[in-house]
Design a protein around this ligand. Sequence first.
Ligand SMILES: [Zn+2]
Length: 163
Amino acid sequence: MSGPGEYLPDPTEGITRPEDLPQPRVVRRSRNYKHYSCPRCHRRCWRNSVFTRILHDVGDLVSGRPRDIHLTYSQHYCTKCRKCFNADTTYYALPKAHYTHRVVSLAVRLVVEDGLPYQQASWHLWRDHRVFVPFATIQNWVEGGGKKSRRQNGKRVSGLGAR
Ligand SMILES: [Zn+2]
């Protein structure tokens, strides 16, 4: 709050319910194919059904709105292996994840490199990147990634700004 420039609080400061935050801008992406190779036997398989995943991405600071990717993907059935499988969406996110790779690596960096506590990292992600991530989710990413030990390595060189 010191230094040049007038201090203007974030317009969303004080909002406690995520549903009161600005509505996301929706971006559509597709991994929807008529045929797809079976990951086991590499046979080309017909599409069985189509699903949509919603992924929270880094938001848009110009409009101040979050950004959601509606990712459509096909599910296929291999008659030889007798198994269902999905078109690959790992370019955007890990299986079952609700956030893109970009958001996860940003969050983990805030904690591991900048040493922010989880709650502060969550606020920072919202304020500076317009993506809402509950702090417990960030904690799962950091601790699940086995990067906790790096955080305990003592003094860090980055984060020279006033904190
Ligand atoms: Zn197969």
